[in-house]
Design a protein around this ligand. Structure first.
Ligand SMILES: N[C@@H](CCC(=O)N[C@@H](CS)C(=O)NCC(=O)O)C(=O)O
Length: 219
């Protein structure tokens, strides 16, 4: 029985999971959730009450898994492919998990803070929170610049879980806080991510939803 994936093509954490599916050509039953639609949201919340995606349902095992990293770990465990997203080598696996956490917590989450703030009513902006998020992003960019001077992918020489995390996080972060022009290693890594066929496909599939990306609030 196929895996069912609850997701939305434009949602960045869902994109992270999609990259893993596409890297290894893993088939899934798409369940596109529209959180803005009460019926779609309620159906999804019945599966995962937090109503945060991606969520994977493996009916054959009676298993529901949330959290993009856990979804990717599960795919690596149960459907290994040519792209070894969790390296077999324990030290490399630790690096993949470390940089996965880094990209989620210190690039993806601050990016979401900035984007989310644009969606708030004019009188409810969190200026302080957004400034903190920008500082965090700056620090993270500086760390990536240093790290990527020595490696091809986020955790070493092979594309892993960490790169699945990095691609959508940096893609959207670059829209709200452009990468520094002097950060050559970061920029080169970004370009490698953009050229990766799995992520290029994700970006292509998200195109019809681009209008959903909020513009910068004026004033
Ligand atoms: N830590 C979670 C984060 C999931 C998450 O925040 N997903 C966003 C979409 S990118 C979401 O569901 N947002 C809907 C909401 O917060 O209402 C993961 O890695 O999957």
């Amino acid at each position: 029985m196929a895996l069912r994936l609850y997701y939305h093509p434009f949602a960045s954490f869902c994109q992270k999971a999609l990259i893993a599916f596409y890297e290894n050509g893993i088939a899934f039953e798409p369940e596109i959730v529209d959180l803005g639609d009460a019926k779609s949201r309620a159906a999804f919340a019945a599966v995962w009450p937090l109503a945060k995606f991606p969520v994977l349902r493996d009916e054959a095992r009676g298993l529901t898994l949330a959290e993009s990293s856990i979804v990717i770990e599960y795919l690596a465990q149960t459907r290994p492919g040519t792209a070894q997203l969790i390296p077999a080598d324990a030290d490399l696996a630790l690096q993949a998990r470390l940089w996965d956490r880094f990209y989620d917590n210190y690039v993806h989450v601050p990016m979401q803070k900035i984007v989310g703030d644009r969606l708030r009513p004019a009188d409810s902006h969190d200026t302080h929170g957004v400034a903190e998020a920008r500082t965090l992003l700056d620090t993270a960019y500086g760390m990536i610049e240093r790290e990527m001077a020595q490696r091809t992918w986020a955790a070493g020489e092979d594309f892993t879980l960490a790169d699945c995390a990095a691609a959508p996080a940096l893609y959207y972060a670059n829209l709200v806080q452009p990468l520094g022009s002097e950060q050559h290693h970061l920029k080169a890594y970004f370009d490698r991510l953009m050229a990766r066929p799995s992520f290029a496909r994700v970006v292509e599939e998200a195109k019809p939803y681009r209008h959903l990306f909020p513009k910068e609030a004026s004033g």
